[in-house]
Design a protein around this ligand. Structure first.
Ligand code: ADP
Length: 654
């Protein structure tokens, strides 16, 4: 067995790899960027080495630096995790040239599967069913448009070099093709430095079903069952599960064989995933699935497979990389119970899922029977704008699908994150959704149910805000009592009013709060009875007793039902800017201002497209919150903008 490993990654996957490496008695070597000096993966590894600045291009993607550290630290092998350099054939080769074992497939297998067009051609030859479409050389817009017409709408434009759903557009009508092509090519160029695309028939009622495969260096390959990853948003996975609902042993066998054939066709070794798109209009069929692509690495969702098979996939990776044969034969691979994984993200579902970065003030993920938590951050750490804002993966395992979904929902309902907003409430709502529970879903499920899932702008939870007000009130009262004791003077502030002697009869007053940047009034009512507690309400809602309130400087963070509200007492000197409900359009995150669709003096309707910000290689469209006349505050298209930068002000039409 290999004795030491350099983990060329960060976050939860680096921690995950370190866990198995340690169990196998290996020395673990971490690398980190400026932004990650205090990260969890740095803490859990035996040693850690700085490799550069925060942007991945200056650290986690710099092969030479990583290899230099591996040699200096005396690592036997390099585990790339997922993302970053994991599917970079040149990196795998450079490792080998430096005498380091690359924990992954042979470089040629990575290359063969690296571009979607070439991979599809190869799979066709190997007899694996592929989605009908055009995956040739020609890239002229008119030619591609003609091909789309011949394939028949709807079609899907995909970046040849694609990954993570980037550079992908569904087109339903011939008239929309040109715009979609332009967008896909622009996104592909930005994300991969390669704007080539292919066109595929869009499979209706599509289900994403993938097969985990494993190969060794002796020509053996097996599959470890399927994962259903149909619950996606913008082609990115949100929930993954195994087994796939509606899967029969016959179809599993057919898919498994196709996946193993795909792996063998490229001389695969190590962990890989063959992704299929399946016709989900009815039950899954042996003639109703088509190869999409092969990911030549460990997947984010591998724990789902680990929980139903009882195997440790990272251990298998190390064993294969050490030159051992596959630990099990196909007939010995089990499928036990049901596992579901949810990706807990620092993002705001109520505001178009914009990444929500910043300091994690509190983080509590409840431990439950049958639940595994793979976290990449802990309280006190930052979610930075440089990397994927995933906080943790939560995987629930139970005898049945329903029980597994219940467990996962329960964890989400009791998850407390203060600081960044998260998708916990959204994930819980998915687990509880009757159609999803009834196994009626395809990849369009989330888009169709945004409202049921709470992923739309929602009114403030006034009872939660009132709970925050109550905490602020108690805090101020205590402070005033202390000061009163010190200076022993009569106090006239409403805060002192709980001193029963200072008033007679019921009294009501109100205080101005700022809740999530918006001014809100909290009403305080003091009962007559001495020492009785004041009651606090917001818009008639009494303070919720089930809210989780966390003090943080001037603010309190109120968590309730998976939502977060940040509240403080208004200080006119500091809070001058907060009118609330105005026409300000601010950058919702750090990013690049990609496009501005309005000019000074334009009039816009509410909901009109105003600007596009690119962050994390994804485009986010900003729309007008009100109708009115535009004043451009920042017109630097192409430049970086900081979170909160005012871009456009819309003056309401009167
Ligand atoms: P990426 O490599 O960017 O993740 P994939 O090719 O894996 O792209 O596709 C991502 C997702 O897009 C799939 O999981 C599926 O939901 C959807 N998709 C891909 N191809 C098709 C298709 N031909 N028809 C319908 N949906 C598709």
């Amino acid at each position: 067995m290999l004795k030491s490993v350099l983990i060329a990654n960060r976050g939860e996957i680096a921690c995950r790899i370190a866990r198995t490496a340690k169990a196998l008695g290996m020395r673990t070597i971490a690398v980190y960027s400026d932004a990650d000096a205090k990260s969890l993966h740095v803490q859990v590894c035996d040693e850690a080495h700085h490799i550069g600045a925060a942007p991945p291009r200056e650290s986690y993607l710099v092969a030479e630096k990583i290899i230099a550290v591996a040699k200096k630290a005396g690592a036997d092998c390099v585990h790339p995790g997922y993302g970053f350099l994991s599917e970079n054939a040149a990196f795998a080769e450079a490792c080998a040239a430096a005498g380091l074992v690359f924990v992954g497939p042979p470089p040629n297998a990575i290359r063969a599967m690296g571009l979607k067009d070439a991979a599809k051609a190869l799979m066709e030859k190997a007899g694996v069913p592929v989605v009908p479409g055009y995956h040739g050389e020609r890239q002229e817009p008119t030619f591609l448009k003609q091909k789309a017409y011949e394939i028949g709408y709807p079609v899907l434009i995909k970046a040849v070099a694609g990954g993570g759903g980037k550079g992908m557009r569904r087109v339903d009508k011939h008239a929309d093709f040109d715009d979609a092509l332009e967008g896909a090519m622009r996104e592909a160029q930005g994300a991969f430095g390669d704007n080539r695309v292919l066109i595929e028939k869009y499979v209706l009622s599509p289900r994403h079903v993938e097969i985990q495969v494993f190969g060794d260096n002796y020509g053996n390959a097996v599959h470890l069952n399927e994962r259903d990853c149909s619950l996606q948003r913008r082609h990115q996975k949100v929930i993954e599960e195994s087994p796939a609902p509606g899967m029969s042993p016959q179809v599993r066998d057919a898919m498994g064989r196709a996946a193993v054939a795909a792996a063998k066709a490229v001389g695969y070794s190590g962990a890989g995933t063959v992704e299929f798109i399946a016709d989900g209009a009815g039950a899954l069929r042996a003639d109703g699935f088509w190869f999409m692509e092969m990911n030549t690495r460990l997947q984010v969702e591998h724990p789902v497979t680990e929980m139903v098979t009882g195997l440790d996939l990272v251990e298998w990776q190390f064993r294969v990389a050490s030159g051992e044969k596959l630990p099990l034969e196909q007939k010995d691979i089990r499928l036990n119970g049901h596992a579901v994984e949810a990706r807990l993200y620092a993002e705001d579902p109520e505001r178009g899922f914009v990444p929500s970065t910043g300091r994690v003030i509190a983080l509590e993920l409840p431990q439950r029977e049958g639940v595994r938590i793979d976290a990449g951050v802990a309280a006190g750490m930052d979610v930075t704008p440089y990397y994927d804002p995933m906080i943790a993966k939560v995987i629930a395992h139970a005898p049945t699908r329903t029980e597994a979904l219940d467990r996962l929902a329960d964890v989400m309902d009791h998850t407390a994150v203060a600081g960044p907003r998260t998708n916990a409430a959204f994930l819980s709502a998915i687990c509880k959704h009757p159609e999803f529970r009834a196994e009626k879903f395809d990849t369009g499920f989330i888009e169709r149910h945004m409202e049921d899932l709470g992923a739309v702008p929602r009114a403030k939870d006034t009872a939660a805000v009132a709970a925050g007000a109550a905490r602020l009130f108690a805090r101020e009262t205590t402070a005033l009592h202390e000061r009163a004791r010190r200076v022993s003077t009569e106090l006239h502030s409403p805060w002192s009013a709980t001193d029963a002697f200072s008033f007679s009869g019921d009294r009501k007053t109100s205080i101005a709060l700022i809740a999530d940047g918006e001014r809100i009034r909290a009403d305080i009512s003091y009962p007559q009875r001495a020492k009785a507690v004041a009651t606090i309400s917001v818009d008639g809602a009494a303070a919720a007793s089930d809210a989780h309130v966390i003090d943080h400087g001037r603010d309190v963070y109120v968590l309730r039902g998976g939502r977060q509200f940040v509240v403080h007492i208004e200080d006119p000197a500091i809070d001058a800017d907060h009118g609330g409900g105005d026409g300000a359009i601010k950058a919702p995150m750090h990013g690049k201002l990609l496009a501005l669709f309005v000019n000074d003096g334009d009039t816009v309707d509410k909901g009109a497209r105003v600007a596009v910000i690119e962050a994390m290689k994804m485009e986010h469209t900003l729309t007008a919150p009100i109708a009115g006349t535009v004043r451009v505050l920042n017109g630097n298209v192409g430049a970086q903008v900081a979170e909160g930068t005012g871009l456009v002000q819309i003056e309401a039409a009167t």
